[in-house]
Design a protein around this ligand. Structure first.
Ligand SMILES: *Cc1c(COP(=O)(O)O)cnc(C)c1O
Length: 720
């Protein structure tokens, strides 16, 4: 090793490379890159909430240049840049081999929300997270892919809890300069501006590009000086405002999205609608075809060949419906461009086109204008076929053309740093010098790798248990920090010693998701006294960590939150139950990694898939779940715990009572005894065996590499 200082050119190269990496979300699933940003400013990394772009603003150019003379740092930076460039330039991807036609004519994937990372909070929940994970895996697989969504300047709300334990919402402005996004420019180097006629206005929008590894996701932003304030604010908040805002946002997304792709020269082979919000894109595609002289019927038929649709929920409120007046008000001008009568346009969104009282349903439009449609788990596929059989009166339920592709998660993106480092060490264990360097991505996404986790020579029980302890402690310390912050803000009277909260030795049960009422967050506390007894058991203690946001207008969901926080402060569960405020992907990552049990108790069959439980698997956290969504396909009797069986009573009260009883039963008869069945050294071998089974049987299946390949093979790759 020489002690020569780096040349000025080399320093410039490294600094520029690091800036490129910060502006590509690839770093959010690369451990080395994250360690570099952390090292540059450990405090900034924390206070700026893991925002690489903001950290590079915090650290001045001159500081960065000076510090790159530290050989330890510069070699790490060089490795990150080399890995990044190799990733971006890889010509041997799965996509190039298996779906080469998509390189020239990509899949255009439209979603009203994308959840990528805590620094870009433009998702409300699972739908957006799934879209983000879909894009990340499309990148990893090297698929021809472009995403389209909206840029919400105030993002999704942040949650605060007031003195009455009631959720309140606040918003902060995102600053594009501090985000991994860049303006999309036209040929003259000016910001690209496109328009959509909405109501009586010509609404203009600009576009931001998010680089997600190899694939772009384009975000529509109506905040232009030319627009009246009402239209400027259309893209202010995720699902903000009322149904007028909603229909206008959806026109921007669907119609604007197609126009923007055309302006940039895209000729997608498939338009994939992730939920009905994007379904107006079909009308714009039809309009294009009619402008070329096709009849309306021919245009719709041709559009249908280009589109596929994924439906995500059996919950009624999840299907947007707009009445006659609203459609006329918002889309009247567009309807003229389509050269349709109001009645004809409304008919496209009606089950019965002749029923003048039926509102316009985005799901109906999407189903009518797609060549293929799917639900997001096997059971959800079946439920959707039943739900939409009305659209296919000549078909039996099982012939309704809605299939299923079960959801997944982007594994390396969801893995906690501790875990990535652990698996990386395992991947390299026994690696012989001279052999090709393994790729974390490839190994982590392979069946073979997870098969090896069954082998006690590959990982010992002691090693796995040490890991579980480490992850649990990290979560508990995270929770203590967050609760201290929450407590300070509230400054309520009764003093809690935050360092005494939660017990690093206790069986830790986690529940975190949107507080939609069908997810039944407080179900477990229906048997409060019995649960208190479990929590207070000195030999076999149990504790609970909850988090989640209710929709701003969902008072029932807010009452659930209030109830749980009340229990955490004023019942005998105090100290054994905490509620972490402001659930987001960072909180999610801490919780799915540190908990021992991931609790999921939706009212069956309303959880179309669910994905948070999948994030738990690779961390050795086990699922305890109703047999709904993905778990119904995943559970095999050895790899976690099921609450009840593969049936449900139709009466919801009966269902709640039965599920609450079964929950307590499986907890006390299976979970607790298994967890506390220890050998002389305190190792729970049976528990660890279940962790291994979950890793072997579930991780390779419930991920978005499998999912995106399945979409490609079933739906995208028509020109193969
Ligand atoms: C994974 C995730 C979800 C979806 O979780 P479900 O179990 O499907 O409800 C929602 N929000 C965040 C922040 C997540 O990370």
């Amino acid at each position: 090793m020489t002690n020569q200082p780096l040349s000025s050119a080399e320093v410039t190269h490294l600094a520029a490379g690091l800036n490129r990496v910060a502006r590509n979300l690839w770093w959010t699933w690369n451990q080395g890159a994250q360690e570099v940003f952390l090292e540059l400013s450990p405090r900034g990394w924390q206070t700026l909430y893991h925002n690489a772009v903001a950290v590079l603003h915090e650290v001045s150019d001159s500081e960065l240049r000076a510090r790159l003379q530290d050989v330890d740092l510069s070699s790490k930076v060089r490795k990150v840049i080399t890995d990044f460039d190799a990733y971006i330039q890889d010509q041997g991807t799965w996509g190039r081999q298996h779906a080469p036609s998509l390189m020239a004519r990509p899949v255009a994937y439209f979603s009203a929300e994308f959840g990528f990372h805590e620094t870009l909070p433009i998702a409300a929940g699972g739908l957006g997270i799934l879209a983000g994970d879909h894009a990340k895996s499309a990148s990893d697989l090297g698929l021809g892919f472009v995403g389209v969504s909206l840029f919400y300047r105030e993002g999704y709300f942040q949650q605060a809890i007031n003195q009455d334990n009631w959720q309140t919402e606040f918003y902060s402005q995102l600053n594009p300069k501090n985000l991994p996004i860049e303006p999309v420019l036209d040929a003259k180097g000016e910001p690209l501006v496109c328009t959509v006629k909405i109501a009586s206005a010509q609404v203009m929008f600009q576009v931001w590009r998010v680089n997600v590894g190899r694939v772009p996701v384009l975000l529509i932003d109506a905040n232009r000086p030319e627009n009246e304030p009402m239209y400027r604010d259309l893209t202010q908040r995720v699902y903000g405002g009322d149904s007028t805002t909603r229909i206008m946002q959806e026109m921007l997304l669907g119609i604007g999205g197609v126009r923007l792709l055309r302006a940039l020269g895209y000729q997608p082979s498939t338009f994939h609608m992730n939920e009905g919000h994007a379904a107006f894109l079909t009308l714009e595609l039809a309009r294009e075809k009619m402008a070329e002289g096709k009849s309306f019927a021919d245009a719709i038929e041709a559009t249908k060949q280009e589109c596929i649709f994924t439906t995500h929920t059996p919950v009624e409120a999840g299907h947007d419906r707009f009445n006659n007046d609203l459609m006329t008000f918002a889309a009247g001008k567009f309807q003229h461009q389509l050269k349709l009568s109001q009645h004809e346009l409304m008919g496209l969104g009606r089950v019965n086109p002749e029923d003048r009282n039926e509102p316009f349903c985005m799901t109906v439009l999407a189903l009518k204008c797609s060549r293929a449609a799917n639900g997001v788990s096997e059971l959800h596929g079946a439920v959707s076929r039943q739900m939409w059989q009305c659209l296919y009166p000549d078909k039996k339920v099982e012939e309704v053309p809605i299939g299923h592709v079960t959801n997944g998660i982007h594994l390396t993106g969801w893995m906690k740093g501790t875990m990535r480092a652990f698996w990386w060490r395992k991947i390299n264990q026994g690696h012989t010098a001279g052999a090709p360097i393994p790729s974390l991505e490839r190994e982590i996404n392979s069946n073979e790798f997870w098969l090896r986790t069954a082998d006690t020579n590959f990982i010992t029980d002691e090693e796995l248990w040490a890991l579980r302890y480490k992850l649990r402690r990290e979560l508990i310390e995270f929770a203590r920090r967050r609760l201290l912050m929450q407590g300070q803000r509230l400054a309520h009277g009764d003093f809690i010693s935050y360092d005494q909260l939660l017990n690093p030795n206790a069986l830790t049960i986690g529940f975190a998701r949107r507080f939609a009422t069908y997810k039944r967050a407080p179900l477990i506390f229906q048997q409060l006294e019995k649960i208190v007894q479990l929590a207070k058991d000195r030999q076999q203690p149990v504790q609970f960590i909850f988090a989640g946001k209710a929709h701003p207008r969902d008072d029932e969901g807010k009452r659930f939150i209030q109830h749980i926080i009340h229990l955490s402060k004023h019942s005998d569960l105090k100290g054994n139950l905490v509620f972490i405020e402001n659930y987001d992907v960072h909180v999610a990552r801490q919780m799915v990694s540190g908990c021992d049990i991931w609790l999921n108790n939706p009212r069956r069959p309303l959880e179309a898939s669910g994905t948070s439980g999948m994030k738990a698997l690779c961390h050795g956290c086990l699922n305890m779940s109703i047999m709904d969504g993905w778990w119904r396909e995943g559970y095999d009797g050895t790899n976690g715990f099921s609450i009840g069986d593969d049936t449900h009573p139709l009466d919801v009260h009966e269902q709640d009572a039965r599920d609450s009883e079964n929950l307590y039963k499986v907890l006390t008869e299976e979970v607790i005894p298994c967890y506390y069945n220890r050998d002389a050294n305190g190792i729970p071998h049976h528990w660890i065996q279940k962790i291994r089974r979950a890793m072997v049987t579930l991780v390779p299946q419930f991920n978005t590499w499998r999912m995106v390949r399945e979409y490609t093979e079933k739906y995208y790759n028509t020109a193969k």
